[in-house]
Design a protein around this ligand. Structure first.
Ligand code: AMP
Length: 437
């Protein structure tokens, strides 16, 4: 028997309805904010992620699922190196959504200079070669937004306000949600700050883990995120970014906080919040749920340099992504069901083989009238068909026996009250539609 790959899940039944519900909520809310949906390919050239996410990030260095065609696989094994592959032959499954959307925006010129911003949202599977555990999968699903071409701090605030509203509409108790925000500075002030953090790590090299020493060289800010408790303790004394923001970044950050205050969105400033991907500038944010034990359920930030890294003109941008599976776990921990109820239907029951054609016609007419309709295809007894109708949450049953068929009528049975009425066959769909209303 085949088995699914470790860290992947099959989505069906209530889990699938939960994922669809999340997309419906996103479509309505993000639509109200002017966002349109986009879907980019699940595979991109590795360069798209290297440019966008950053060569030094864990995601690019360790977690990307690399893709190579079957035809090239043997050659690659034989060569023992990918050096001979052309850039277009080096592909990866997308580990996150932003780099692909920004690549698409550049390639399709979605933000012509001087034109209105592009506001895009997506709901897609992401792939990361992580060690699977609760809330950490190798294939998971994200809903995310990217707002390209907006630099105003009001857009940062609107993004965050929309994210918090999204969580509320999914059923979270807002008092259990914790929003953490920070500013990571920009090209003006971050390099000097990075150097300070690097120097700090090197000053404490005897107390830090090997990984952090490596981080000091390539991406020192990541040391704030080290899982090693000892490094964590040491980093508590490291210089904080707030004290090193340039005037413009400080002003931007203050404006974002002012807008959030005005909107009544509460937040905690966390000067050690450094998101894992290299492309962030200025505002970054993350949301956790009290007591859920699944880590962050969503996060995002501003990425003003990313369009350029993907080969476009300098264009500011901001976005966020939330993880479906973690949200489902976090909601379950609060006793909230994300899935919508199983949809109701109308069941058409026939008493025997002779009524098969009449069942077929009635089913066809109901479906053409837009009614979710089920029937028996296994020649079950009438009693089993009623049982099946209950299982399928039928609110009404249409019963067709020899008498009904001979008289050209149908019996409609209310599955709750068991009350029955008879209607002419050619009025069946009309009657059912009006009863369902
Ligand atoms: P990130 O792109 O790492 O900021 O992730 C954004 C959101 O996606 C997180 O807050 C999680 O909800 C979710 N997420 C990230 N990685 C995983 C994973 N391996 N498995 C499940 N959900 C994930």
């Amino acid at each position: 028997m085949g088995q699914k790959v470790q860290g992947t899940e099959d989505l069906y039944g209530s889990y699938m309805r939960a994922w669809q519900h999340m997309q419906d909520v996103a479509r309505e809310l993000f639509g109200a904010y002017g966002f349109d949906m986009i879907e980019t390919p699940a595979i991109e050239q590795v360069d798209t992620f290297v440019h966008g996410i950053g060569e030094s990030t864990d995601v690019v260095r360790k977690e990307m699922f690399r893709v190579v065609s079957g035809a090239l696989f043997g050659d690659l094994l034989e060569a023992g190196t990918e050096a001979g592959l052309k850039p277009r032959q080096r592909m990866a499954m997308r580990p996150e959504g932003t780099a692909g959307v920004v690549r698409a925006a550049v390639e399709n010129n979605l933000v012509p200079q001087g034109a209105a911003p592009a506001k895009l949202w997506y709901a897609e599977a992401m792939f990361r070669g992580e060690r699977p555990q609760k809330g950490r999968l190798r294939q998971f699903h994200q809903v995310g937004v990217e707002w390209l071409g907006a630099s105003d701090p009001a857009s940062d605030a609107e993004c965050i306000i929309m994210l918090m509203e999204f969580f509320k509409r999914l059923g979270f108790d807002p008092s259990k949600l914790h929003l953490y925000i920070n500013s990571m500075g920009d090209g003006e002030c971050r390099p000097a700050y990075r150097d300070k953090v690097r120097a700090f790590i090197l000053d404490h090299r005897d107390e830090m883990c090997e990984d952090c020493l490596e981080r000091a060289e390539i991406n020192p800010l990541r040391a704030f995120d080290c899982k090693n408790p000892h490094c964590h303790e040491v980093m508590a004394g490291a210089p904080l970014v707030n004290d090193h923001l340039c005037g413009d970044c400080a002003e931007h950050y203050a404006a974002v906080k002012r807008y959030l205050d005005e909107a009544g969105v509460s937040y905690t400033e966390d000067p050690t919040l450094v998101r894992g991907l290299d492309y962030y500038t200025r505002t970054v944010f993350e949301v956790e749920v009290e007591g859920a034990g699944v880590g962050a359920i969503g996060g995002g930030g501003r990425y003003d340099g990313l369009m350029e890294l993907e080969g476009g003109k300098p264009t500011p941008g901001i976005g966020f992504a939330v993880g479906f599976e973690r949200i489902a776990l976090a909601l379950a921990s609060q006793g909230v069901e994300l899935a919508t109820p199983e949809p109701a239907c109308v069941y058409v029951a026939g008493t025997g083989a002779e009524e098969r054609d009449a069942v077929f016609s009635a089913t066809l007419a109901l479906r053409q009238a837009g009614v979710r309709t089920e029937a028996d295809y296994q020649g079950r007894s009438l009693k089993s068909q009623f049982k099946q109708a209950d299982k399928l949450h039928a609110t009404l049953c249409v019963v067709l026996g020899p008498d009904e068929v001979a008289a050209g009528i149908a019996t409609i049975r209310d599955m709750d009250t068991h009350e029955q009425v008879q209607v002419p066959m050619d009025k069946l769909a009309e009657e059912i539609v009006s009863r369902l209303r």
